[in-house]
Design a protein around this ligand. Structure first.
Ligand SMILES: Cc1ncc(COP(=O)(O)O)c(C=O)c1O
Length: 455
């Protein structure tokens, strides 16, 4: 009888499949490691099980205990699945922007899900990190899985993913490519592979907006910007991310990730999610730089089923500017040009008086001003806040600091115009930064004007 004893025994040993169409213009072989075929549908089944088994062995997780984790995604699925088999309770703490589907998937395994506000700093007691830590401490038998700082995460890949790839390629491997989230996959797999062949090249893939790319090149922490692809890229450096094993970092845009994801499904029948498209985009970009053909293994992290209402929905893709049709294809730079070109943007400073701001608004006929503190944009002050201030207890001589709103979004000239819709729906003001320079301010009416003139 070849039946497994439970679902956890079938984690791993995922197939390696040669890509036959996406990379036909390069001579290298792109080999796809299909992690979405794990029972929890992602690469994260491996670290989830390893984290639980190591905590059982160390005694940190006792029979009947409760596993707590701040996660919105695949690690939660892996932990919930293992907890169901092993008889543990699970509590997941999630930011409030997460889809109902994801919450329901975790509840389906019997897990409890606590939802926390997104718009707070990570060290705020209401943040989902802080709530997870507190719940783990306050729950009898609580254990915080802590995937961003738990060595069991990279160890799972050192023990399983690395050896599998080495065996499947029979050692004929030149390059390993993975997206970097917690860094567990790349760090653990690369450690094993480099032990087998120190000349092997390891390529990490990072979405534009994440801090990893700059950190890898300069060692400096920069400010993260928003991006839409899910599961990789960070605004912190977790201790599970070990750059000593990484030789190159390739950056990919949301659009590249999503277009390659769609092509993976349509042309290769590989039912993968957005980070997998990113990994393939990164692998192909790297392959294009090589003089000699190479065998390149790429991690295909999770399943398309989690993204059907986004990446695989034409309306969502168009709205976000990822389909090459209509005005959705224009850039912020096009909008600024239509508006008369990037020009001077009036600003004010933190500490300035209400009277001075009113004078500036009047002089230039504007209704909102970005507020600068040093060389950082700290917010926006707008005419309705000034009016409310003056109609209430406020005086003209007060500093504007109490009126500064943080409802703004920063975009760059090369961003798609279609990206802006979501910011205006959230009543945000859009500021255009060209490098460190403030190149423009876009209001709702500018956007309406641009979109309607093109119809
Ligand atoms: C969809 C997806 N892609 C990529 C990753 C990155 O993997 P790692 O955290 O091991 O770096 C994750 C991690 O959660 C993920 O969920």
């Amino acid at each position: 009888m070849k039946a497994a004893n439970n679902i956890l025994e079938v984690i791993g040993n995922t197939p390696l499949v040669r890509s036959h169409s996406l990379a036909s213009h390069v001579e290298s072989d792109i080999l796809l490691k299909l992690e979405y075929l794990n029972p929890g549908s992602s690469v994260k089944d491996r670290p989830a099980l390893q984290i639980i088994e190591d905590a059982e062995e160390s005694g940190e997780l006792q029979p009947g205990g409760t596993i707590v984790e701040a996660t919105s995604g695949n690690t939660g699925m892996g932990l919930a699945m293992a907890a169901a088999v092993k008889g543990y309770n699970c509590i997941f703490v999630m930011p409030d922007k997460m889809s109902d589907e994801k919450i329901k998937a975790l509840r389906a395994f019997g897990a409890r899900v606590a939802v926390c506000p997104t718009a707070v700093e990570p060290d705020d007691p209401r943040s989902y990190y802080s709530v997870a830590r507190r719940l783990a401490e306050e729950t009898a038998g609580g254990y915080l899985a802590n995937q961003y700082h738990n060595p069991s995460n990279p160890n799972a890949h050192y023990r399983m993913t690395g050896p599998e790839i080495w065996e499947q390629t029979e050692g004929e491997l030149d390059v390993f490519v993975a997206t970097m989230g917690t860094g567990g996959t790349i760090s653990g797999t690369a450690k094993y592979l480099k032990e087998q062949n120190p000349d092997l090249t390891i390529v990490g893939v990072d979405p534009i907006g994440s801090i990893y790319y700059d950190y890898f090149l300069t060692g400096e922490m920069t400010e993260a910007h928003s991006y839409l692809v899910e599961g990789f890229g960070e605004d912190i450096i977790p201790s599970t991310m070990d750059f000593d094993f990484v030789d190159h970092v390739i950056r990919v845009s949301d659009k590249e990730c999503f277009q390659y994801t769609r092509r993976l499904v349509r042309e290769e029948g590989i039912f993968a999610g957005g980070s997998s498209g990113g990994a393939v985009a990164g692998a192909i970009k790297y392959a294009e730089t090589l003089d000699e053909p190479a065998n390149i293994a790429v991690i295909i992290c999770d399943s398309a089923s989690r993204y059907l209402t986004k990446i695989f929905d034409d309306d969502w893709m168009r709205e976000n500017g990822f389909l090459d049709d209509g005005w959705g294809n224009s850039t912020v730079d096009d909008l600024l040009t239509a508006k008369g070109g990037p020009g001077h943007v009036y600003t004010t400073s933190a500490g300035e008086t209400v009277a001075r701001v009113v004078a500036q608004m009047k002089e230039h006929g504007i209704s909102q001003l970005p507020v600068i503190d040093g060389n950082r944009i700290v917010g926006i002050v707008n005419e309705s806040d000034v009016l409310n201030h003056l109609l209430g207890e406020g005086s003209r001589d007060d500093a504007i600091d109490g009126l500064i709103e943080s409802q703004f979004a920063i975009v760059s000239p090369s961003d798609r115009t279609a990206l802006l819709g979501q910011f205006f729906r959230q009543n945000k003001v859009v500021l255009v930064m060209d490098g460190n320079d403030l190149a423009g301010i876009i209001t709702k009416i500018d956007f309406i004007d641009f979109v309607s003139s093109d119809l």
